[in-house]
Structures are given as structure tokens and as C-alpha cells.
Write a protein that binds this ligand. Structure first.
Ligand SMILES: Cc1cc2nc3c(=O)[nH]c(=O)nc-3n(C[C@H](O)[C@H](O)[C@H](O)COP(=O)(O)OP(=O)(O)OC[C@H]3O[C@@H](n4cnc5c(N)ncnc54)[C@H](O)[C@@H]3O)c2cc1C
Length: 460
């Protein structure tokens, strides 16, 4: 499984050139191993770290992977609950045709189920269904708005999304239920999909990255951790090892752990989340270059949280893929996906995002679950009282501190490039360093491989 040629596009080549490696990716692949086996330490066993480790091993490096948690996968975390596999983090293989993870799922013999996002069942707070005619009209309005914002993003990537979005919404001239339904559909696009609310986002953040060849988004019945397990085959990971400082010199890298151990290597891939870099819980000596530090500060790290709701029996319409109650501010949008077609059990998952999710996390362990359950109840009635629940708190997780990165109005393409730039014997890797597919599983995996190639070129 290697990077599809399609993704080694003009932008990637540009990014490499900007990173100053002077190396073409194709030229690095398969290059001869060093005479003395050089050692590289990879920090973090998420998809980026695992992708980097496999690539470096294939090039003949002696690779040590250290991981702070007692499990691999990072933001991909499937647990067995409610009699089924439940994805607390990433779940969907987006844009499945051409996504390299589709091939991983196939190689691992996993069962995938497509999601049709347009099969939405919306209700007003008084349990009145939003008619099909209104749904059609508002989906057309949403698509028009997104198209227009994409066009504006090409010309003004660093403009704040909020005023542009407000203008576009006004242009549609919708009122009453239609306006509320449109608000909900747009809430799914921003606080949920991008993990941040419109005032936090730049126009350019909407259309950064590349698409594969389309295809539906796929959920994995056995859980997304099975993708990670497949990718991790052959990679040894030292678990429960938290890195606290990284010292680089002209000749070596010294990595210090919370337990007081020092690991010495020739090079280092730092594949920890942007949220961890922002929190400065790892000390870099010397500090990261100023352009990288600026990028760490400027690129946003958003939040998506999930609330799993288990019922005695499935009460939702059999063909509904998403449920929502309208009439709330866009930033407070909650979307609920019934999972029964995937799991064969009466389970649904509610999504909250951005500052709203952050507030609910802060309000205590039960607040988010209560908010999601109440929202469902007001739209769908007393049938919507769950018998058991489980919620995530990605902002509070010390080894993640959020969900995924996004471009703020203060940041842009050059910041992504700065994040992925080789710095002597050290390089960062993760979804936040991906030029083509930030904020995704595949983007993290490919970014890890790219970082490994850049480091390998510098060490050989
Ligand atoms: C709720 C949620 C839903 C998502 N949904 C999707 C989706 O449907 N589809 C999709 O494609 N993507 C989705 N994503 C995004 C996707 O999960 C990430 O882009 C991707 O998994 C990031 O991989 P990574 O390797 O960059 O980082 P991570 O997976 O976060 O890995 C980083 C690793 O570093 C470790 N670490 C941190 N600090 C230290 C330290 N000091 N010492 C040692 N180790 C350390 C962490 O424990 C972690 O294992 C979602 C994310 C979340 C949170």
C-alpha cells in the first residue's frame, strides 16, 4: 500500500520544494539503506507515526516507536460497547473511491457500509416533520451557498468565513422553517465537519486539500481501529512511554521520557497531535523554527465530540441516515446518526462540535449526553429516551486535546507547509501537516509517510 500517484500532485511537489528538501518523493523511495543502520525514533503511534515507521523500516532504518497511551491508533479508537464495535474517534473512510484506506479495509477483510448524508429526517422542536419540499429547497440553498463560498475562497482564502456565510444565507431569502432547516444543514458543514464555528474559520479552510475520485463515505462494521491494526502489522510499539523533551544537535537527537529515560537516535519523527504541540507539553531544545512555532499557534485545532445513545428498540425511520431538531443556533447544531444498519443494534450517535462541544465538555461528564438526548426528545418525542449512553471528551484527552486541525483567518497554506518542513534531524507529522488531506485518517497516514521520506533523504 503506497501513496497513490494521484496524491503526489503539483501541490505536494511544491510543498516539498518549499520545505527545502530538494528531494523528489519518487527519487527517495527504495533508496539504499545507510552503511550503519541509522536509528529513528517515532513519537506517537497514530496513523501518521505508524505510516512513518513502516516507511522508514522499509528504507532500512532501525525504528523505535514510542506511544504515551497503552494503545495504538490515537484518534482512531474502537471500543466494544452496547454489544457492538463503537468508534469514539474517526469512523468514516471519506471519499472512498481512491482513498488508500479503502484498499486497507479490503485487504483486512472488513465490512464497509456507505452513508448517504442526504437522507435526513428533520423535526421542529414541537415534533413537526420538515416536509420533503422544504428539505429539497434547503439542500439546494445549502449547495448554492457552499459553491459560492468555495469560489470566494479561491480569491480571499484568509477572509473570515462568518460574514461571507451570513451574506450568502441572506441572499437565499428563506424564512421560518426553511431558514431553520438551512441553518441545521450548514451547522453540519461547519461546527461538525470542520470542528469549529464560522467566526473561527477562514474561507480558505473550506476548500483546502484534495479529493480522490468521489465515492460514498464508508463506515466500518468491525471499527476503524481494524484499519490501524492492519497498518501497524510488523511495527513494534513501546506503549505507555510519554515523551517530555526532545534535544537535537548536529549529530544526534535525544528524547527524554516522563519516566526519566533518554533515548538517543539519528533522527526523530514527532507524530503527536497539533493540540499537544499547542499545549507545549513537549519541550524542544532548541525550540522549533519560528515559522513552525507561528504555524502551531495560528492553525486551529477544532473539536468534534460524540454521544452514543443505546435504546431498547430502534424508533427512527428505517431509511433515515441523520436526524436533527431545528430551531437552534447554527453553532449549536446536533446531528444524530442511527447506526442500526451498521451494527444491527438499536444504537445511534449524536455529534456536537466547535465551541458548543467545548462548553458541554467543560460543563461536566453528563452535560453533553443530556443536551443531545434533550435535543432528540424535543424533536422526536418520548420514544427518544436512551437506556444507556457513552460520550467522548476529545478536548480533555491529554494526548490529543481536540479533534482535528482547521485553517483560521490568521493561517493558510504556507502554515501547513511550515508544519511539515524538515528541521535538521527532526520532522513533525500528523493530519495537521497534510497538504492534501488534513483532518482525516488517510491524510495522517500519508503525511507520516511523506515525513519519513523527507527525514530519510536528510539522514542518508
Ligand atoms: C471524534 C473524531 C472523529 C473523526 N472522524 C473522522 C472520520 O470519520 N474520518 C477521518 O478520516 N478522520 C476523522 N477524524 C480525524 C482523524 O482521526 C485524524 O485526522 C487522524 O486519526 C490523526 O492521526 P495522527 O496520527 O495525526 O494523530 P493521532 O491519531 O492523534 O496520533 C498521535 C499519537 O501521539 C500520541 N502522543 C501524544 N503525545 C505524546 C507524547 N508526549 N509522547 C508519546 N506519544 C504521544 C497520542 O497518544 C497518539 O497516539 C476524526 C477525529 C476525531 C477526534
Amino acid at each position: 500500500m503506497d501513496i497513490p500517484n494521484k496524491l503526489l500532485s503539483r501541490r505536494e511537489a511544491l510543498a516539498l520544494a518549499a520545505a527545502g528538501t530538494g528531494a523528489l518523493v519518487a527519487g527517495c523511495a527504495g533508496s539504499a539503506p545507510a552503511a550503519r543502520r541509522k536509528r529513528v525514533i517515532v513519537i506517537g503511534a497514530g496513523l501518521a507515526g505508524l505510516g512513518a515507521a513502516a516507511t522508514l523500516r522499509a528504507q532500512g532504518f532501525d525504528v523505535t516507536v514510542v506511544e504515551a497511551r497503552k494503545r495504538i491508533g490515537g484518534r482512531v479508537n474502537t471500543v466494544e460497547r452496547f454489544g457492538t464495535s463503537v468508534d469514539l474517534g474517526a469512523a468514516w473512510i471519506h471519499d472512498s473511491r481512491g482513498n488508500p484506506l479503502t484498499a486497507v479495509a479490503k485487504a483486512a477483510g472488513l465490512t464497509t457500509v456507505p452513508t448517504d448524508y442526504d437522507r435526513v429526517e428533520l423535526r421542529s422542536a414541537g415534533q413537526k416533520p420538515v416536509s420533503e419540499a422544504i428539505m429539497e429547497k434547503t439542500m439546494v440553498a445549502r449547495d448554492r451557498i457552499i459553491d459560492s463560498l468555495y469560489r470566494q475562497a479561491d480569491n480571499r482564502p484568509r477572509s473570515n468565513l462568518a460574514p461571507a456565510l451570513a451574506r450568502e444565507i441572506r441572499k437565499q431569502g428563506l424564512t421560518g422553517t426553511s431558514a431553520e432547516a438551512l441553518n441545521w444543514l450548514l451547522g453540519v458543514e461547519f461546527p461538525l465537519d470542520l470542528g469549529a464555528s464560522p467566526p473561527q474559520l477562514s474561507l480558505g479552510g473550506l476548500n483546502e486539500g484534495a479529493e480522490y475520485d468521489g465515492g460514498p463515505d464508508l463506515l466500518i462494521k468491525e471499527g476503524a481501529s481494524q484499519l490501524v491494526n492492519k497498518i501497524a502489522e510488523g511495527t513494534k510499539v513501546d506503549m505507555g512511554v510519554e515523551v517530555t523533551s526532545i534535544k537535537t544537535s548536529r549529530s544526534k537527537v535525544e528524547v527524554r521520557t516522563r519516566a526519566g529515560k533518554t533515548i538517543t537516535a539519528d533522527g526523530c519523527v514527532v507524530a503527536v497531535p497539533l493540540g499537544v504541540l499547542k499545549a507545549s507539553t513537549i519541550r524542544f531544545d532548541p525550540p522549533l523554527p519560528s515559522a513552525t512555532r507561528r504555524a502551531v499557534a495560528r492553525v486551529g485545532f477544532g473539536l468534534l465530540d460524540k454521544v452514543f445513545l443505546s435504546y431498547d428498540s430502534a424508533w427512527w425511520p428505517a431509511d433515515a441516515n441523520q436526524l436533527g431538531t431545528i430551531g437552534e443556533p447554527l453553532a449549536n447544531t446536533v446531528s444524530v446518526f442511527p447506526l442500526s444498519r451498521l451494527t444491527g443494534t438499536p444504537l445511534a450517535v449524536g455529534l456536537t462540535g466547535g465551541p458548543y462541544a467545548a462548553r458541554l465538555e467543560k460543563a461536566g461528564p453528563a452535560a453533553m449526553t443530556a443536551a443531545v438526548a434533550a435535543r432528540l426528545k424535543s424533536g422526536f418525542g418520548s420514544g427518544a429516551a436512551p437506556s444507556a449512553t457513552l460520550q467522548t471528551n476529545w478536548r480533555r484527552e491529554p494526548f490529543t486535546r481536540g479533534s482535528y486541525s482547521y485553517l483560521t483567518p490568521q493561517s493558510g497554506y504556507s502554515d501547513r507547509v511550515a508544519l511539515g518542513k524538515l528541521n535538521g534531524r527532526l520532522i513533525l507529522a500528523g493530519e495537521h501537516t497534510s497538504i492534501e488531506r488534513p483532518a482525516t485518517m488517510d491524510g495522517a497516514w500519508l503525511a507520516g509517510k511523506t515525513a519519513a521520506r523527507r527525514l530519510a533523504a536528510a539522514l542518508t
